[in-house]
Design a binder for this molecule. Structure first.
Ligand code: S3P
Length: 172
C-alpha cells in the first residue's frame, strides 16, 4: 500500500521557532491542501498547551503521544503537516515520516534564530530554565537529528511566503 509520490503528505521539520507552522499554513494555502500541526492535535486532545502537558504528565508521556499522533497523520494523503521540533528525536518517527511522506527540513542559522528566543521562551518547555549557552548546544545537537530528510530549505533572510514558494516549486 505504497502512497503515490504526488499524493504523499508533506512534513516540515526543524528547530522550535523556525516557522514550521506559519510556513506550513502558507504551503497548504498555495496548494489548496489541508494543514495539520501535530502539536495542535495533541493540545486539542488534552485541552491544554504543550507546556502544561509537559508539566502535568512529563516529557516521556508527551513523546509517546507525539509518536502515536504522527503515525496516524503519516497515513493520510495530501496533507501539509508541521511537527514539533523534538519529534525527529525518535527514530520511529523519523522512519515513518521518511517512508510515507516528503520531509522538508527548515534550516536556520544560530545567529538568525537566537534573536527569536524571547518570543519563544514562555511557550517552549524545552527552552525554559536553560542558559543561552545550553540553548545553543541544544540547537546544534538537534541539527544532527534533522539531517535525515528529503529536502532542505535554508530560510535565513527569507519571508514566510518565499520559503513556501520554494517548497511549492520544489514539488513540481
Ligand atoms: C519541542 C518543540 C515544540 C513542542 C514541544 C517540544 C521540542 O514544538 O513540540 O514544546 O522538543 O523541540 P515547536 O517546534 O513547534 O516549537
Amino acid at each position: 500500500n505504497e502512497i503515490p509520490i504526488r499524493q504523499k503528505s508533506i512534513v516540515l521539520i526543524g528547530f522550535m521557532g523556525v516557522g514550521k507552522t506559519s510556513i506550513g499554513k502558507s504551503v497548504a494555502a498555495k496548494l489548496y491542501r489541508d494543514f495539520i500541526d501535530a502539536d495542535q492535535v495533541i493540545e486539542d486532545i488534552f485541552k491544554m498547551p504543550t507546556t502544561d502537558i509537559f508539566k502535568t504528565y512529563g516529557e516521556p508521556f508527551f513523546r509517546k503521544k507525539e509518536k502515536e499522533i504522527i503515525h496516524g497523520l503519516c497515513e493520510q494523503k495530501l496533507k501539509i503537516i508541521s511537527l514539533g521540533g523534538g519529534a525527529f528525536l525518535q527514530e520511529d518517527i523519523r522512519s515513518i515520516c521518511l517512508e510515507k511522506c516528503i520531509v522538508f527540513y527548515l534550516d536556520l542559522s544560530w545567529d538568525s534564530w537566537k534573536d527569536r528566543i524571547s518570543l519563544l521562551i514562555d511557550s517552549r518547555p524545552v527552552l525554559q530554565g536553560k542558559s543561552l549557552a545550553e540553548i545553543k548546544q541544544l540547537f546544534h545537537e538537534r541539527k544532527v537529528i534533522y539531517q535525515t530528510h528529503h529536502s532542505t530549505v535554508q530560510t535565513d533572510f527569507l519571508m514566510i511566503e518565499e520559503v513556501a514558494d520554494y517548497i511549492v516549486k520544489a514539488l513540481k
